[in-house]
Design a protein around this ligand. Structure first.
Ligand code: ADP
Ligand code: MG
Length: 725
């Protein structure tokens, strides 16, 4: 064992960075999107009338005209076959939080014993994977486990290359035959429809007559760790759970703050370059790469896209980056907290809305009209975040993220909105009804209120806020790195749709009573800011003072997954998602059950691995060291010395071994407690018993790691795993 741990270290030093992507023509403009059935390819390969119909379907989110399906399928197949594809797959997003695929060949044998490659319109638009083994949270009895996948033409199909062939990936939604959503994409698409309807209605009332469609946009910043594959393979905890369940802090950690934005080591940069080329070919616009706060931690961020496409792309980003990491002899970790005591990994969801005229609805404008529209939409979002804060918390609640939210590194578990000083001042003055003075010379008219010109560039960025306005978009920062982003996006979309409709209702009512549009808008903006200003917070989200203040303001502070998850079933949640036809009560119930099941299972797996590693790996190593110490004390005594400090050391080691064994037995007992059928109670109970019991086992084991002979210690240490050269 020991020799292996040591030799890994020397091997790493010898490992040179090398590229796994062939070095031929790799100019970005030549390779970007080469494996995507995008608008350009469609225009080129489809008859004009078919292309027009398809383009209209895509931009209006209509259902596909069946008369063109065969033509589209044939063109897509020919294109894919030219790239070497032999198979296609309906690619979908079951409630596991991962993606799923079942491959079928284009191969069709003919009567002459030859083979054709065929692909029909029905094969493109609909598939029938066996749904029985996917989690449904009790939505369907297994015997009627018929699910179907339906093509989502709004997210482009793509070809994935493999060493021995290629496969056409068709993004799809996954539903039961009775129409219930069994996946993450369906509610996202439904929420886009709701947002578009509510957004278009409000913009028309505010005078944007050219708006026909509104959609959400997302830019997903992905954090991750890289660990050498050989170390990874020697850590059963990382392999089984994605995080280390043991490990004493390394000498250096992140205390010197020298990793963030530091120069990127050659082996890592080479890996990043490989991933970027692979992602460019798939039309995924990754733009930013840098070292993150913790040693061994990095980030990749793309240019934003329509949220549905961005969500699909984020799944591909995580998959491709994991695959390529393996080729480079590394493991990519997207767990929220792979290493205790170091920064965890999150995923910032930058969110905004766009419309068909090309405007970003969260861009503060130059003209009075633009600013009026901006303030109405800003107020709407603040209302939504305050009114449905618990739901925003639900959507980021899972076992991994419990290590971050509320700990002093990620946003707190309290959902609040950061606006920045300038915008906040304007809001406060609006609430007071005062005439705001500004250091900026320009003033604009919002209804009867005179406002200073809105700040264009909001540079003071508060890193502790979970929901921050960053100039022309909101940044929802509470997501965990491993998360599928469809959930957070469809929650935001639905909450915002509700608020946009509220603004429309209020403005229409005032106008009916004789107000002008701008006075009506002015009034609702003031009312909404007054009612919901408690959610605005621009200070330090990590401080105890904020926790106290938030409690006074009545803001929810849901510290763990079970505490948050239960609000998914609140009447308010069922009413909201039902009204916008995003999720039915049954669909919510199934997702709620799955959330809790996942939580319980995750803790159970972690506790099993903790017990196993303590017993089979750590105690035996400590016993060896104990015997070594005892032998050397005996030998020293026999030779006439009095090894006093050594005896103390032996007593310390012996004590810790005893305590470790006892803590492991206590964890056995905790894991065996009976629980009933109520998932919420079980989750709460699991949390209250397993987490502290695992913590105690770890505490004793880590203390031993600090004492035991390094040559005996069987697990790769933090200082080794985190220092990739
Ligand atoms: P930071 O690290 O400071 O948070 P980055 O520049 O790394 O900022 O990331 C900002 C992200 O926000 C990028 O992915 C960017 O494309 C995205 N973004 C910019 N504008 C919008 C928008 N209108 N809608 C959604 N995302 C956006
Ligand atoms: Mg960010």
């Amino acid at each position: 064992m020991t020799a292996t741990r040591k030799s890994i270290g020397s091997n790493i030093a010898a490992r040179t960075a090398k590229s796994y992507v062939p070095a031929e023509a790799q100019a970005v403009q030549d390779i970007y999107g080469m494996y995507v059935f995008n608008d350009g390819v469609m225009r080129q390969r489809l008859p004009k009338d078919v292309y027009k119909k398809l383009a209209k379907t895509i931009s209006n989110h209509d259902s596909l005209d069946p008369s063109i399906a065969d033509t589209v399928a044939a063109a897509m197949k020919d294109w894919a076959v030219e790239l070497g594809a032999t198979h296609y797959t309906h690619w979908f997003h079951p409630l596991t939080g991962m993606t799923a695929e079942k491959h079928d060949a284009f191969l069709t044998p003919d009567e002459n014993g030859r083979a054709l490659q065929q692909f029909s319109g029905t094969s493109l638009t609909q598939g029938e994977p066996d749904a029985s083994s996917f989690p449904s949270g009790g939505i369907r009895a297994t015997f009627e486990a018929r699910g179907y996948t339906a093509w989502d033409p709004t997210s482009p199909a793509f070809v994935r290359m493999n060493a021995n062939g290629a496969t056409l990936f068709i993004p799809t939604a996954f539903c039961s035959y009775t129409g219930e959503a069994l996946d993450k994409k369906t509610p996202l698409l439904r929420s886009e429809a709701a947002l578009s309807k509510a957004g278009t209605r409000l913009l028309k009332i505010l005078g944007s007559s050219a708006t026909e469609k509104v959609y959400s946009t997302a830019g997903l910043e992905q954090e991750y760790f890289l660990v050498d594959m050989e170390y990874y393979n020697q850590r059963p905890d990382l392999v089984a759970t994605g995080r280390t369940l043991f490990g004493a802090a390394s000498y250096k950690g992140q205390s010197m703050d020298d990793h963030y934005f530091g120069s990127i080591k050659n082996r890592i940069l080479t890996y990043m370059e490989d991933t970027e080329k692979a992602l460019y070919k798939l039309g995924i616009p990754v733009k930013t790469r840098h070292n993150e706060v913790a040693p061994g931690q990095y980030e990749v961020a793309p240019v934003f896209e329509s949220a549905n496409v961005a969500v699909d792309h984020n799944m591909v980003v995580m998959e491709v980056m994991k695959e390529i990491a393996a080729k480079h002899g590394m493991k990519m970790l997207v767990h929220e907290k792979p290493f205790a005591g170091l920064n965890g990994s999150g995923k910032h969801c930058n969110w905004s809305m766009g419309d068909n005229t090309g405007q970003n609805l969260l861009e503060p404008g130059k003209t009075p009209h633009d600013n009026l529209q901006f303030m109405v939409i800003l107020a709407a979002i603040i209302r939504g975040v305050d009114k449905y804060a618990k739901l925003l918390r639900v959507t980021v609640a899972h076992a991994g993220n419990d290590h971050r939210l509320g700990a002093n590194e990620a946003p707190p578990a309290i959902i609040s909105v950061f606006l920045g000083d300038e915008l906040n001042r304007i809001v406060q003055e609006l609430i007071k009804g005062a005439k705001p003075g500004g250091k900026d010379a320009g003033t604009i008219q919002l209804g009867s209120t005179v406002l200073p010109a809105l700040p264009k560039d909001n540079t003071d960025r508060n890193r502790t806020s979970p929901f921050a306005f960053t100039g022309n978009k909101f940044e929802f920062r509470a997501l965990g790195a491993s998360q599928h982003v469809a959930g957070p996006v469809f929650f935001i979309n639905t909450i915002v749709a509700d608020s946009l409709d509220y603004m429309s209702d209020q403005i229409e009512a005032s106008m009916k009573a004789g107000s002008s549009m701008s006075d009506a808008a002015d009034k609702v903006v003031k009312d909404v800011f007054s009612t919901h200003q408690r959610v605005i917070f621009n200070g330090d989200g990590y401080s105890q003072a904020w926790e106290d203040e938030a409690a006074k303001r009545g803001l929810p502070n849901l510290k763990s997954t079970p505490e948050a998850a239960k609000h998914f079933m609140d009447d308010e949640s069922i009413e909201l998602f039902g009204r916008y036809k995003v999720l039915s009560k049954g669909e919510i119930e199934s997702r709620y059950n799955i959330k809790l099941e996942n939580y319980i299972l995750t803790l159970e797996i972690e506790s099993n691995a903790t017990r196993d590693m303590a017993r089979n790996i750590i105690v035996p190593a400590a016993l060896k060291y104990q015997a070594e110490l005892a032998n050397s004390i005996n030998a020293a005594a026999a030779a006439g010395s009095t090894p006093k400090a050594q005896k103390n050391l032996l007593a310390k080691v012996t004590g810790l071994i005893d305590q470790l064994i006892e803590a492991t037995e206590a964890l056995d007992a905790a894991a065996e407690t009976e629980h009933g059928h109520d998932a919420l109670k079980t989750a709460m109970h699991t949390r209250e018993t397993l987490i502290p019991a695992m913590g105690l086992v770890r505490e004793k084991a880590d203390a031993l790691e600090a004492l035991v002979d390094d040559a005996i210690w069987p697990l790769p240490k933090y200082r080794e795993m985190l220092m990739l050269s």
